[in-house]
Design a protein around this ligand. Structure first.
Ligand code: HEC
Length: 140
């Protein structure tokens, strides 16, 4: 690395400051990358991909959700129910939604029956797909 003093001498003080802040930005850039164990999968979650999964998996045949244009009424209206039921379950919204997809009977939405929502999504969807789907549902 060229000493700052010599940069200052050659290019002036503002160039030295700009180079110093670039160097800092480069060094600090390691944060925020998804951990390989999937603990921060949410950071890389892609709501647009989640919407495709919602459509492909047929969630809309049972659920209403404005962002997907679906009007199913076998299960709860997801626009209205998610925040309310996350609060009832005492869990953070994203955790509640993920659990409701992987293990629907842990919390059964008031007015609906257990055993209607397929129990198989947890096995069929990868962690990434689940994270995308949760991102779509919690952001829409
Ligand atoms: C065959 C109909 C059916 C399909 C298909 C279906 N669900 Fe459901 N879902 C339900 C029913 C019924 C409930 C309410 C009972 C319960 O909470 O388990 C429910 C509950 C939920 C809840 C919790 C809602 C709340 O407020 O408690 C979420 C989230 C959810 N479904 C998401 C999905 C997603 C995402 C898909 C597609 C991957 C999907 N569902 C596919 C019928 C379905």
């Amino acid at each position: 690395m060229v000493p700052a003093a010599s940069i200052r001498r050659r290019f002036g003080p503002s160039a030295a400051a700009a180079i110093a802040s670039l160097a800092l930005a480069a060094c600090g850039g390691g944060n925020g990358e998804g951990a390989p164990d999937g603990t921060s999968a949410d950071e890389a979650a892609d709501p647009a991909a989640g919407k495709r999964i919602y459509v492909d998996q047929g969630c809309g045949t049972c659920h209403a959700l404005e962002a997907a244009g679906s009007t199913g009424s076998v299960g709860p209206d997801l626009d209205a129910a998610l925040r309310r039921d996350a609060e009832r379950s005492g869990k953070p919204l994203d955790e509640f939604v993920r659990e409701s997809i992987v293990d629907p009977d842990v919390f059964v939405a008031p007015g609906f029956k257990a055993g209607v929502m397929p129990q198989t999504f947890g096995g069929e969807l990868s962690d990434q797909e689940l994270a995308d789907l949760v991102a779509f549902l919690t952001q829409s």
